[in-house]
Design a protein around this ligand. Structure first.
Ligand SMILES: NC(=O)c1ccc[n+]([C@@H]2O[C@H](COP(=O)([O-])OP(=O)(O)OC[C@H]3O[C@@H](n4cnc5c(N)ncnc54)[C@H](OP(=O)(O)O)[C@@H]3O)[C@@H](O)[C@H]2O)c1
Length: 296
């Protein structure tokens, strides 16, 4: 999207947490490219004095939180590092929100939509997605459990904009964090339709949301769902005609992971109403990821 010049960019100064992270890094590049002043936070989220010092130094118009633990090599790490997960994702996120509130600063918080799973009222394939006001029904992993708790507590902070990111994808197919890179390298993959976030399209939208001072919870995914196999077929069509993959069932997947994973559709109509130009997940995948990477 083209970022609006409404309010200009001169009055903006962003303080961004997550300098060394994937989303935080992309956000900084985006600000640089659009001439938006920003600095990265130096403090640890859970250290109130350090966060206060960052805000006093930077005097931000908005704070962006792209920091948190996601686990390496994957979220299973959180199952065996529960205190570290709580420290960053619960104590840290709440501390940042609380300090921002004291200073009347809007916090744009990159959260997760992996706090839902398909259920009887939102069955797979039905097109009925979870809405912003729905209560999380997936706490199968410790990571998701802490994220759901924090989302609930943050509802009490009127200075917070919670963005439910899911299975983020960027045009950088070499990045091992990219959902496409992940599934194209797995030995076997499940095949389930899911809501996903195309970062190249949606990160600029999050900056626009800051400019519009939007608050509350937002399903931060492109409209519609796409399955693993549909993405891998696009990968084969656009990137590597010799690419092959193998599927396995959820039951077989359960044997090679520690914690269950969330699969769901989020209802993106609230975000779509605010940004009507937002593309459906499949259109966005082609425009922002596969076309630019297409091999001749
Ligand atoms: N990637 C995904 O699949 C995904 C999906 C949905 C939502 N999200 C959410 O989006 C956010 C960013 O994700 P990401 O993929 O960009 O993560 P990432 O690449 O793992 O980066 C995490 C960043 O957080 C920083 N960090 C961790 N603990 C911190 C703490 N206590 N204080 C300050 N900084 C801390 C890390 O810095 P250090 O290296 O200095 O620790 C790093 O810069 C996370 O909250 C994540 O839960 C991610």
């Amino acid at each position: 999207m083209v970022l609006s010049s409404q309010n200009g960019t001169a009055s903006l100064k962003f303080l961004i947490y997550g300098k060394t992270g994937w989303i935080g890094g992309l956000l900084g590049s985006l600000c640089s490219n659009h001439g938006i002043a920003f600095e990265y936070g130096q403090g640890r989220l859970e250290n109130r004095a350090q966060i206060e010092a960052d805000i006093t130094r930077v005097r931000p118009s908005h704070v962006f939180n792209a920091a948190g633990v996601t686990g390496r090599p994957n979220v299973d790490w959180c199952e065996t590092h529960k205190v570290e997960t709580i420290r960053a994702n619960v104590v840290g996120t709440l501390t940042l929100a609380d300090v921002c509130r004291e200073r009347s600063i809007l916090l744009i918080n990159y959260a997760t939509g992996c706090i839902f799973e398909y259920d009887e009222k939102h069955p797979l394939g039905s097109g009925i997605g979870f809405k912003e006001e729905d209560t999380p029904n997936f706490i199968g992993s410790f990571y998701s459990k802490t994220k759901a708790m924090v989302e609930d507590l943050l509802k009490n902070y009127d200075n917070v904009c919670t963005l439910r990111v899911r299975m983020p994808i960027s045009s950088d197919l070499n990045n091992p964090r990219n959902f496409i890179s992940k599934i194209s390298r797995y030995e076997k993959v499940v095949d389930i339709p899911n809501s996903m976030t195309i970062l190249d399209e949606l990160l600029p939208i999050s900056i626009e949301m800051a400019k519009r001072n939007l608050r509350g919870i937002w399903n931060f995914t492109n409209p519609g769902v796409v399955s693993h196999n549909e993405i891998l077929q696009m990968y084969k069509d656009y990137i590597d005609p010799n690419f092959t993959w193998r599927n396995f069932t959820l039951e077989e997947q359960a044997k090679v992971i520690v914690a269950p994973r969330s699969n769901n559709e989020l209802d993106a109509s609230k975000l779509s109403a605010e940004f009507p130009e937002m593309l459906s997940i499949k259109e966005s995948l082609i425009k922002y990821v596969f076309e630019p990477n297409k091999k001749a």
